[in-house]
Design a protein around this ligand. Structure first.
Ligand SMILES: [Zn+2]
Length: 103
């Protein structure tokens, strides 16, 4: 994920920071290597959003077309499962960017 909570503020991953997952509140650590996009990862293999896809540059670039406050908005579905909306607009529209092709 692009954002985690650090000292009460949403921040992008950077070396040395310790963050909290906005969804499950578990600790997350910054991954800032040279190959993949900088991102936050859960310490355990727990994936708190079952719909989550690995973030690609394509995915991140689409999110970056929108204001930061609209990106990665967490919400709880009626079945109480937590999901991250790639983008949620002020009017409540949710956008999901996916490389999966529909038929
Ligand atoms: Zn989480």
């Amino acid at each position: 994920m692009k954002f985690a909570v650090v000292d009460g503020i949403r921040r992008e991953a950077a070396p040395g920071l310790i963050g909290t997952c906005p969804g499950c509140e578990a600790p997350v650590i910054p991954r800032c290597g040279a190959i993949r996009l900088h991102h936050w990862a859960h310490r355990s293999t727990v994936l708190c959003d079952p719909w989550r896809e690995p973030e690609t540059e394509w995915h991140r670039a689409w999110k970056n077309h929108f204001p930061i406050e609209w990106q990665e908005v967490w919400h709880r579905a009626a079945d109480s499962v937590v999901h991250i909306a790639d983008v949620k607009t002020l009017s409540g529209s949710v956008l999901e960017f996916s490389t999966l092709q529909s038929q």
